[in-house]
Design a protein around this ligand. Structure first.
Ligand code: 13P
Ligand code: SF4
Length: 304
């Protein structure tokens, strides 16, 4: 950590000077998560926190759709992202035309879009969801048939939790979580029968079914903090275990993990540059933002 100290000091000084706060996702590296973040959380928590920010500038340490969501929810603030290339395979998998295609195929069915989408896609959707509230949102809608986009696996995992609904989906996937297979999980369990296996719901359903628990990134953290298993395998992005390992010395984090190449574009050096130069600013067309806000705010209301 010592080699990061000069960056951490300067970033924290600049945050005060520039009246900025850092909202950081749970997948940020430990030096960001513990060293410079003002708020850490999953997608839903970061969206809710964005609505409460009083400082003039938000530096979003996460991926582009998260920065757009902050801008949509708190449009008078300057929202910066330290690397514009921090995308997301799910957000890139669907456009507003794709939403129109699904509506034409399933007339009358409401569109529930994962927050891992662009502002244009949110604007074309009826409501958003995150991994922590997707089943709750789908269950609360009055229609029997529900379109979920763009994550086919989240949709299939939700469909199993809400059997009273007919859920149809877009064929997107997360490049980090789609790599896990049920065979990986079962082989690991055969060798380590006492390890608690915890999967993110962006994993394929057979992976989630082979695991002991599934939840959003913050849901996973809360589960491990509450249960304190002797050994835990987090079937998700690698920084998750690194960020909580020190505070949970009684838990051994074991097994493979996968890096998100988009999340890993955010570094201390780029955060410092972003604060110094006021770049890169995330701009959302106000007309699109207004429609997208309806979908995100409906989600926040229904999750409370
Ligand atoms: P969470 O909402 O669970 O933090 O998930 C966001 C994400 O991109 C996971 O890959
Ligand atoms: Fe997108 Fe997957 Fe990376 Fe999350 S982990 S930001 S869903 S590519």
């Amino acid at each position: 950590f010592a080699r990061y100290a000069p960056y951490i000091r300067e970033i924290n000084r600049l945050k005060r000077e520039k009246n900025a706060v850092i909202l950081a996702h749970n997948y940020m590296t430990p030096e960001i998560y513990h060293g410079v973040a003002d708020v850490v959380g999953d997608s839903l928590q970061l969206a809710i926190e964005a609505t409460k920010v009083e400082a003039q500038t938000i530096v979003q340490c996460g991926v582009h759709f998260m920065a757009e969501t902050s801008k949509i929810l708190n449009p008078s603030k300057t929202v910066l992202i330290p690397d514009m290339q921090a995308g997301c395979s799910l957000a890139e998998s669907i456009t507003a035309e794709g939403i129109a295609e699904m509506r034409a195929k399933y007339p009358g069915a409401p569109v529930v879009s994962y927050v891992n989408t662009t502002a244009e896609v949110k604007a074309a959707s009826d409501i958003c969801c995150t991994s922590s509230n997707a089943a709750q949102i789908v269950a609360a809608l009055p229609e029997d048939m529900i379109i979920m986009t763009p994550d086919q696996y989240l949709a299939q995992n939700v469909a199993a939790q809400v059997p009273q609904k007919k859920v149809v989906w877009w064929a997107g996937s997360c490049i980090v979580h789609e790599q896990y297979t049920a065979k990986d999980i079962n082989d690991f369990r055969a060798l380590h029968p006492d390890t608690r296996i915890i999967a993110h719901p962006e994993c394929p359903p057979d992976v989630v079914n082979a695991s002991d628990f599934s939840g959003s990134t913050s849901g996973i953290i809360s589960y491990v903090e509450r249960e304190k298993p002797k050994e835990a395998m987090l079937v998700t992005e690698c920084s998750m275990a690194s960020n909580i390992a020190d505070a949970l010395p009684e838990v051994d984090f074991v097994g493979p993990c996968n890096m998100c190449p988009y999340m890993k574009k955010i570094t201390l050096e780029k955060i410092l540059w972003s604060l110094h130069t006021g770049t890169a600013e995330v701009i959302v067309d106000p007309a699109i933002a207004e429609k997208a806000r309806v979908a995100v705010e409906r989600m926040i209301e229904l999750s409370q």
